[in-house]
Design a binder for this molecule. Structure first.
Ligand SMILES: C[S@@+](CC[C@H](N)C(=O)[O-])C[C@H]1O[C@@H](n2cnc3c(N)ncnc32)[C@H](O)[C@@H]1O
Length: 479
């Protein structure tokens, strides 16, 4: 049932959020109203919700908290067992801070799912009362059994017949595969940085071939080659997309690419290069085949970037082998290619914490102490930092290009320094973030102890947050 969706937003940031939110909502014909300024927001006033995913239910007394949850994409597709999505009935949100553009995007998605009749932005000065009560084991039954990102050979193989039988616009019904054509997302980066019309284009990890198809249509004079390790994906791509300037070939990132030096003018990749467990080698090979002035545009999950509100969640998450930017930058520099990064702020979904899927973090601290900065690829469900790495073409490396360290813990000094620079309102927001995490994860005290021990400067920041409002959450867990 349509209803007004209430969003509580820090008064100090209302102006900044208002325009992007209005833009997104007006695209969807959803009116935006402004609520009356609330000096104090009592959390128990906020609506409760049940989140239904794949037939299971996550009961939260929580409002939907941004920026802890920046995207709903992982809940907004049909699930493995075909259960229709029924999520987010009348969710209310509390904004703690974060990026207005990302927020607008998430709100826009929520509005389509929930069919809100209107959205009301209510500015507040301060939040009072506890965030959701401690999670109890019995609360959590979320089973997210598939992800967009990890489309792989096995998934395609088990749906091969369906994929071959269905027209492209119905591929999503298989429920498994990445069915998006990413060309439009790539287009601005390609068009801004190409220095000449490409004659040879490759897509690295082309999957089912939709993006390669669109490249072939956009550049009819070029030869486009979609490359992937999965024969089944390539079979679908070949059967579905037949164009005179398009072909699909088998290729494994672990091996040298079957292209001559300097023979490719544009290399595009979407959600694939991060899967390579040979980052340095794949980077070298990619830049080897680029022609002088050739361009690489890669969009995928990156290693995490850090912001104050990431802390202390970031301590839990080794970066794993998302795109290992240091290797790519070094390879680009060896060939004197410019590189720029465009990224969206990382977000951690509180429901990952709440769903108890924390086993992957176990031992993260000891591994870090042992010097492990880069772990082998495993599905990276917990955090996202998605963005674009663009190299070559007309790209000049920005002077302030910052490649994130390979392990979040290596960024702690930066994060702490950022915390110290915050004004009072910023500190309060950070504390609220901590509070939410503390309410969701039993690992929190371990992280606090660890950070305080290994980074003495952390102790002050941690103590500050404890003094304000965290203690009540941490004590029972520590006991
Ligand atoms: C997440 S999918 C992305 C597919 C497509 N680019 C898209 O965005 O929809 C990752 C793709 O990388 C391919 N891939 C995984 N490991 C690879 C490897 N070692 N060499 C080449 N391709 C690989 C997979 O087969 C899959 O098609």
């Amino acid at each position: 049932m349509a209803r007004t969706h209430r969003v509580f937003i820090p008064a100090a940031r209302l102006e900044e959020f208002f325009a992007p939110v209005r833009a997104v909502l007006s695209e969807r014909g959803v009116p935006l109203r402004l609520g009356r300024l609330r000096p104090r927001l009592e959390l128990p006033e906020l609506a409760c919700f049940d989140l239904r995913v794949a037939g299971s239910v996550w009961r939260g007394r929580a409002p939907y908290v941004f920026p802890l949850m920046a995207t709903m994409e992982d809940m907004s597709y049909p699930q493995e067992d075909g259960t229709p999505l029924e999520c987010l009935p009348g969710v209310d949100w509390v904004v703690l801070g974060g990026d207005p553009a990302q927020f607008s995007l998430a709100l826009g998605q929520a509005s389509s799912i929930c069919r809100h009749e209107a959205v009301e932005l209510t500015p507040y000065f301060e939040v009072a009362g506890p965030l959701p009560r401690q999670r109890q084991e019995s609360d959590v039954t979320v089973r997210l059994r598939k992800k967009w990102y990890f489309v792989n050979h096995a998934a395609v193989t088990s749906h091969l017949d369906q994929l071959l039988a269905l027209p492209e616009e119905r591929w999503h019904e298989t429920g498994y595969v990445a069915v998006q054509d990413h060309f439009e997302t790539f287009r601005p980066y390609i068009e801004a940085r190409l220095v000449r019309e490409p004659r040879v284009i490759v897509e690295l990890g082309c999957g089912l071939g939709q993006t390669a198809r669109s490249l072939a249509l956009r550049f009819p004079e070029a030869r486009v080659v979609g490359l992937d390790v999965s024969r089944e994906s390539l079979r679908v791509a070949r059967e579905k997309f037949s164009l005179p300037n398009l072909e699909f070939r088998e290729c494994n990132f672990a091996d040298p690419f079957a292209f001559d030096d300097g023979s490719v003018d544009l290399a595009v990749s979407s959600s694939a290069l991060n899967i390579s467990d040979n980052q340095a080698g794949t980077a070298d090979e990619t830049f080897r085949i680029l022609s002088p002035g050739g361009l690489l545009v890669n969009g995928c999950i990156f290693e995490a970037f850090h912001s104050y509100w990431d802390f202390p969640q970031s301590a839990f998450t080794p970066t794993r082998s998302n795109l290992f930017l240091a290797d790519w930058l070094a390879a680009a520099q060896r060939r004197e290619l410019g590189m720029e990064l465009h990224h969206w702020t990382r977000a951690i979904s509180t429901h990952y914490f709440a769903s108890g899927r924390l086993a992957a973090f176990e031992g993260a601290f000891s591994r870090w102490q042992e010097g492990v900065r880069h772990e082998p690829f495993v599905p990276y469900d917990y955090a996202q930092c998605t963005g674009f790495m663009v190299a070559g073409g007309s790209v000049a490396t920005p002077e302030d290009l910052k490649v994130p360290p390979a392990h979040h813990l290596d960024a702690m000094e930066d994060i702490l320094a950022a915390c110290e620079r915050l004004d009072r309102a910023g500190r309060e927001l950070t504390d609220m973030t901590w509070l939410t995490v503390a309410s969701c994860t039993g690992l929190f005290p371990e992280a606090v102890g660890f950070l305080a021990a290994c980074l003495p400067r952390a102790a002050g920041v941690i103590q500050g947050a404890l003094d304000t409002n965290l203690l009540q959450y941490i004590r029972p867990q520590a006991a």
